[in-house]
Design a protein around this ligand. Structure first.
Ligand code: GLN
Length: 532
C-alpha cells in the first residue's frame, strides 16, 4: 500500500515579515534530507489574481516560474532550498479563488444554489491544496500568507480547519510567532504569542508546534510558559534566533530538533536529515578569501526584497568564488552623468519597467564600457546596454527603446509587432521558460558549456533585428537566440573583458548549492580584474 501524503500547514502570528517563507523552505529542506519528497504551496490571501501588477515597493520581487506564472517571492525561497517542482499551481491567491468561484457561478456549475464563502470558496481552496501536490509527494507544505487575524485570511484558515477535520491524522499546523524582548522592562514577552494562538484556536485550528522568532535565546522557563498557555507539550516550543546568514536557518532549526519533532508528529520514518552540503556551504561563507563590491543600479534599491533573486544569485556565486561580496544599491535616478557613479568593482542592472531612472542606467553602461569594468545587464539591463551602444558607438543619436520613447528615430528595442510589421502582436508579456541556442565561439557558450539552455522571461520588448548586422560589424554580437522566432536572448561586447546582457532572468534559477554559471562568471571576472 502506498504511504498516504501528510500535510504541514504553516501559519504566522503577531507580525508579518517573520520569515515564514524561509522557514517553510527550510522545513522542506530538512524533510528532503530524510529522503522524503515534498510539495510546496503558498496561499496568499490578497485579492490580486497574481502579484504581476503589484508595485515592487508593495510586494517585493515577482518570481517567475518555468510555466510562466508571476508569483510571490517566497516561491523563490522554495526553489532555492528544495527540489520541489515550483509551478503555477504552487501559488494561489484569494483573487484566483474568487475568480474561479465566480466563473463557475456564471457557468451554472452551482445548479442554482446560493454561492457562499462556506462551502463554495472553502471547497475551491481545498481543491487547490490537493491540485498543488505532486502526485508522488510524501509531504505537502502549505504556507498561509499574512498574519492570523487578518480579515482576508479567514476563508483560508476556515478551509484549512475543514481540511484538517477531514484528514485529521495526516495534518499538522506549525505556528511561527514573534517573541519580543522589551528593553525597558528587560524582559522577554510571551503575551503576543498567547494572543495569536488564542486567535488561531478560536477559528478551530490547534497548532502542534510553535516556532518562536526571537532576537535572543529563550530560557526553558519562557518556552514552558508558551507551551502552557498555548496547549502544546513543552518539547513542541522551539526557538528561531536571528542569524547572520539566511543559510544558517535550516541548520539552526535542525539543532532545535525540528525535523525529528515533525516526523514524530506525522508518524513518519525518522532518520537524521543529511545537511552535509549546507554545512560545507556555511563553512565557505564564513571563510572568504577576497573582497569585492557590485553596484546594483535600479529604482527600488531601498526596498530589500525588490531584487531578491538577483541579490541571492550574486551571493551564491560569491560563495563559490570565495568572495565576501558587498552589494551596493545605487539609485538610478540620482545618476545624471558618468561622473556620478559610485565606485564599485562591477555593475549589474536588473530588470525593470518604465522610464524612471532609465538615463542613469545608460550612463552606467557607458561608464562600464569605457572603463572596461564588468557589466551584467539583466532583461532591462540588456536593453540598456543595447541603447547605450547605439547612441555612443553606432552614432544613432536618440536611439531608444520604444517603451521609453515611442517617437525615437532608432527603435533598437521595440515591440515584436513593430519588428515583424504586424499589428496586435507582442503587446503581451513573454513569460516563463524559453529555449535559447548558444552560438559557437561566444562567451555565453563557454560560460554555460552547452549549446542549448532554458531560461525564464518576463518582458514585452525585444532587440530589433533590423539593427543586428550594424551591431555585429562593431564587435557587439548576439550570442544567444530563441530560434523559433529569431529573437535575441544574449548580447556580448567582444572588445570588453565582461560586458554581457541577457533578455531573460537567470537569477530565478540560481541555488546556493548550484550557483548560476553566468553569475559565477561575472564574479570571477570581477575577481580577475581586481587584485582583491
Ligand atoms: N521593461 C522591459 C520590457 O518589458 C524589461 C522588463 C524586465 O526587465 N523584466 O521589455
Amino acid at each position: 500500500m502506498t504511504r498516504k501524503r501528510k500535510y504541514i500547514f504553516i501559519t504566522g502570528g503577531v507580525i508579518s515579515s517573520l520569515g515564514k517563507g524561509l522557514t517553510s523552505a527550510a522545513i522542506a529542506l530538512l524533510l528532503e534530507g530524510k529522503g522524503l519528497k515534498v510539495s510546496m504551496l503558498k496561499l496568499d490571501p490578497y485579492l490580486n489574481v497574481d502579484p504581476g501588477t503589484m508595485n515592487p515597493l508593495q510586494h517585493g520581487e515577482v518570481y517567475v516560474t518555468d510555466d510562466g506564472a508571476e508569483t510571490d517571492l517566497d516561491l523563490g525561497h522554495y526553489y532555492r532550498y528544495t527540489n520541489a517542482k515550483i509551478t503555477k499551481a504552487s501559488n494561489v491567491t484569494a483573487g484566483q479563488i474568487y475568480e474561479g468561484v465566480i466563473k463557475k457561478e456564471r457557468r451554472g456549475t452551482y445548479l442554482g444554489k446560493t454561492v457562499q464563502v462556506i462551502p463554495h470558496v472553502t471547497d475551491e481552496i481545498k481543491q487547490k491544496i490537493i491540485d498543488s501536490c505532486e502526485q508522488d509527494s510524501d509531504i505537502a507544505i502549505i504556507e498561509i500568507g499574512g498574519t492570523v487575524g487578518d480579515i482576508e485570511s479567514q476563508p483560508f484558515l476556515e478551509a484549512i480547519r475543514q481540511f484538517q477535520n477531514q484528514h485529521a491524522t495526516l495534518c499538522i499546523t506549525i505556528h511561527l510567532t514573534y517573541v519580543p524582548y522589551l528593553s525597558a522592562a528587560k524582559e522577554i514577552k510571551t503575551k503576543p504569542t498567547q494572543h495569536s494562538v488564542q486567535l488561531l484556536r478560536s477559528i478551530g485550528i490547534i497548532p502542534d508546534l510553535i516556532i518562536c522568532r526571537t532576537e535572543s535565546p529563550l530560557s526553558q522557563e519562557i518556552k514552558e510558559k508558551i507551551a502552557l498557555f498555548c496547549s502544546v507539550p513543552n518539547s513542541m516550543v522551539i526557538e528561531a534566533v536571528d542569524v547572520d546568514n539566511i543559510y544558517e536557518v535550516p541548520i539552526k532549526l535542525q539543532k532545535e530538533g525540528l525535523d525529528e519533532k515533525i516526523t514524530h508528529l506525522l508518524e513518519l520514518p525518522s532518520q537524521k536529515s543529511n545537511l552535509e552540503k549546507w554545512e560545507n556551504l556555511l563553512l565557505t561563507i564564513k571563510n572568504p578569501k577576497y573582497k569585492a563590491s557590485v553596484g546594483m543600479v535600479g529604482k527600488y534599491i531601498h526596498h530589500q526584497d525588490a531584487y531578491k533573486s538577483v541579490v541571492e544569485a550574486l551571493q551564491h556565486a560569491a560563495i563559490i568564488c570565495k568572495v565576501d561580496l558587498e552589494i551596493i544599491g545605487i539609485d538610478a535616478e540620482l545618476i545624471s552623468s558618468i561622473d556620478e557613479i559610485p565606485p564599485c568593482h562591477g555593475y549589474l542592472i536588473p530588470g525593470g519597467f518604465g522610464v524612471r531612472g532609465w538615463e542613469g542606467k545608460i550612463f552606467t553602461a557607458q561608464y562600464c564600457r569605457q572603463n572596461h569594468l564588468p557589466y551584467f545587464g539583466i532583461c532591462l539591463g540588456m536593453q540598456v546596454m543595447i541603447v547605450e551602444f547605439a547612441r555612443n558607438i553606432l552614432e544613432l543619436t536618440k536611439a531608444d527603446s520604444t517603451e521609453m520613447n515611442q517617437e525615437t528615430p532608432f527603435p533598437v528595442i521595440s515591440l515584436l509587432s513593430e519588428q515583424v510589421e504586424m499589428a496586435n502582436l507582442g503587446g503581451s508579456m513573454r513569460l516563463g521558460a524559453y529555449p535559447c541556442n548558444l552560438l559557437p565561439k561566444t562567451k555565453a557558450k563557454q560560460i554555460y558549456n552547452c549549446s542549448q539552455i532554458s531560461e525564464r522571461h518576463r518582458h514585452r520588448y525585444e532587440f530589433n533585428n533590423y539593427y543586428r548586422s550594424l551591431y555585429e560589424k562593431n564587435q557587439f554580437i548576439v550570442s544567444g537566440i530563441y530560434e523559433k522566432e529569431n529573437l535575441c536572448e544574449i548580447v556580448e561586447l567582444l572588445t570588453h573583458p565582461w560586458m554581457i546582457g541577457v533578455q531573460f532572468h537567470p537569477e530565478f534559477k540560481s541555488k546556493p548549492i548550484a550557483a548560476h554559471p553566468l553569475f559565477i562568471s561575472f564574479i570571477t571576472a570581477i575577481k580577475m580584474q581586481n587584485t582583491i
